[in-house]
Write a protein that binds this ligand. Structure first.
Ligand code: NAD
Ligand code: UDP
Length: 314
């Protein structure tokens, strides 16, 4: 197949390209590098089946006929989407529309990378796909949450009104090699701080929870979903839930660090708990994650160590 991946220079997009190339597909990556990096694509440049187009998907585009589009373009970490608030709203609305139109033009399949943030600060726990969420529509996180909710609504509309063969994955916190080291997400911050021997920052009392999925598990779930005819959203994430304090302890253990913990104020509207109900993914896809947080952190350690060595070397 000829497959288009938007957001290909990012963390998840680049891993997805690797997996698709390994399966023998031709892949065209599209990215404007707002949060991604050319370094994530370097190893693919030698592969004749990989092509890349630098482009902002908020402008219409057409890189020729294709079979399937994975729509992964969007700033994704809280510090990135708060810094690029307007661009984030635009890519989830205008950018996603352009991708849907492009898929419609060539009668191609489409998969939207949505997010557990659609559930906001959830009142239902764990979160099933049927839960409508608890989102502050005007708070600082709304540029991301509402963009993704609008992207989901647009995707469902293109399926219902135009018959585009769409899918929607709700991705829960995913980590692994190529997570940007300075993106402010909890795993990148804690790994960096632990390796540098700096204080590990915990926002609030650290009792808020997240459920972390290793990137290889996430990509496998997404690929399986792309091969179904399921049009409604599907959660893909690891249901093992950790408090942020437990996560910090695990990072300390894996890195052998003697860093102390420093408590800082909790950001506004930070979800207090998050854990996917993956019953649907299990029954629909026969999928469940295999890598524990401890194993995943150990597998990510060489990457974070290399990044910090490069930073130190200037
Ligand atoms: P990332 O920032 O590493 O990657 C996003 C990529 O999209 C970057 O390369 C960026 O340059 C590109 N991009 C952004 N706006 C663009 C535009 N207008 N035109 C072209 N390219 C653009 O983030 P990620 O973690 O890899 O996330 C990828 C996708 O998965 C995002 O849509 C994100 O919302 C979603 N997601 C990720 C997670 C996670 O835990 N990593 C969780 C939920 C959802
Ligand atoms: N967090 C933290 N210390 C940090 C970075 C994040 O305690 O240095 C917390 C953050 O407040 C949130 C959780 O860790 O409760 C996950 O944050 P992240 O930004 O990784 O992702 P989110 O799930 O909030 O989008």
């Amino acid at each position: 197949m000829r497959i288009v991946v938007t957001g290909a220079a990012g963390f998840l997009g680049s891993h997805l390209c690797d997996a698709l190339l390994a399966e023998g597909h031709d892949v065209v990556g599209v990215d404007n590098f707002v949060t991604g990096s050319a370094g994530n694509l370097e190893h693919m440049a030698r592969d004749s089946r990989f092509g890349f187009v630098e482009h902002d998907i908020c402008e219409p585009f057409d890189v020729g006929a294709f079979d399937f589009l994975f729509q992964f373009a969007s700033p994704a970490s809280p510090i990135d989407y708060i810094e690029h608030g307007v661009e984030t709203l635009k890519v989830g609305s205008v950018g996603n529309f352009n991708c849907l139109e492009y898929a419609r033009r060539y009668n191609a399949g489409f998969l939207l990378a949505s997010t557990s943030e659609c559930y906001g600060d959830p009142l239902e726990h764990p979160q099933r796909e049927t839960y409508w969420g608890n989102v502050n529509p005007i708070g600082p996180r709304s540029v991301y949450d509402e963009a993704k909710r609008f992207a989901e609504a647009s995707t469902m509309a293109f399926f219902r009104y135009h018959g585009v063969n769409t899918r929607i994955v709700r991705i829960f916190n995913t980590y692994g090699p190529r997570l940007q080291v300075n993106d402010g997400r909890v795993i990148s911050n804690l790994m960096k701080q632990a390796l540098l021997g700096e204080d590990m920052t915990i926002y609030g009392d650290g009792k808020q929870t997240r459920s972390f999925c290793y990137v290889a598990d996430e990509v496998e779930g997404i690929l399986r979903l792309s091969r179904t005819e399921e049009h409604f959203p599907t959660n893909i994430g690891n249901p093992k839930e950790f408090t942020i304090l437990e996560c910090a302890e695990l990072v300390k253990e894996v890195t052998g660090s003697s860093s102390s913990i420093r408590f800082e104020p909790m950001p506004q509207d930070d979800p207090k708990q998050r854990k996917p109900d993956i019953s649907k993914a299990k029954s629909l896809l026969g999928w469940e994650p295999r890598v524990s947080l401890e194993e995943g952190l150990r597998m990510s350690l060489p990457y974070f160590s290399d990044c910090l060595a490069a930073l130190r070397a200037g």
